[in-house]
Design a protein around this ligand. Sequence first.
Ligand code: NDP
Length: 255
Amino acid sequence: MAVLDAFDLTGKVVVVTGGNTGLGEAFARALSEAGASVAIAARTRDRSEEVAKDITSSGVTAIAVTLDVTNRKSVERMLGEVTERLGPVDVLVNNAGVCYHRPAAEVPENEWMDVFDVNVHGLWNCAQVVGRQMIETGGGAIVNIGSISAQIVNRPQWQPAYNASKAAVHQLTKSLAAEWAPHNVRVNALAPGYVKTAMAPVDEPRFRRHWIEDAPMQRYATPEELGPSMVYLASDASSFMTGSVLVVDGGYTLW
Ligand code: NDP
């Protein structure tokens, strides 16, 4: 196989949770450019439709599917709809996530629960429901979106629930990878550093010192910069890789 052919996703069916904005949208666009049919799966239907329509205008298939990852029935409905409209899922990108900034002593129960419901239980719901189908159909690839927050404690803002949730994502990635390797299901994580999205207001002056100047590369990333790493993890280009966490952070975690 020619080396660039290993990145080709033609004929593959991909689901991107939270694919209607930010990093998820960039992942959906990158995967579709590599040839995949993409399902944009999130709660805000209008935004998902807009992204799907725009991707479709470039000549590949993209659909919008309503999904709340915290609701098991919603996840099952999403899989049923994607399978019916596009076929069985080859690649699942578990990207949906939430974060709140608050000191630990002030975190209300509902915020703690929300972060774990979306980032951990939601990811688990999707991985288990779609993973079962992958096992039945003979294999697939799952890419979980972790974070440098699984490895460091971000400053100056506090976000204890988020940091703990992303550590859980990295370890769950390894557990699933070990269990499902015999089923030809690869499970890896992508751990971004600071990326300009609604979740990470990288332009705010109060964050500049710790988020930007502390990083060896002295800058944040755009969501599009993470697209090629996603294509790598989703495709045969990473065929011998499972249970790994790919850190893409401009060197942030070096110090
Ligand atoms: P955004 O806040 O821009 O987007 C979050 C996405 O998640 C939206 O598409 C949202 O869609 C979706 N979502 C939230 N809750 C649910 C739910 N219950 N069910 C389905 N979808 C949901 O975040 P980013 O693009 O910044 O982050 C994407 C991922 O990358 C997250 O996992 C985040 O933790 C991770 N990350 C981000 C970094 C950054 O610097 N931006 C750094 C490291 C990791 P909707 O509201 O329509 O459901």
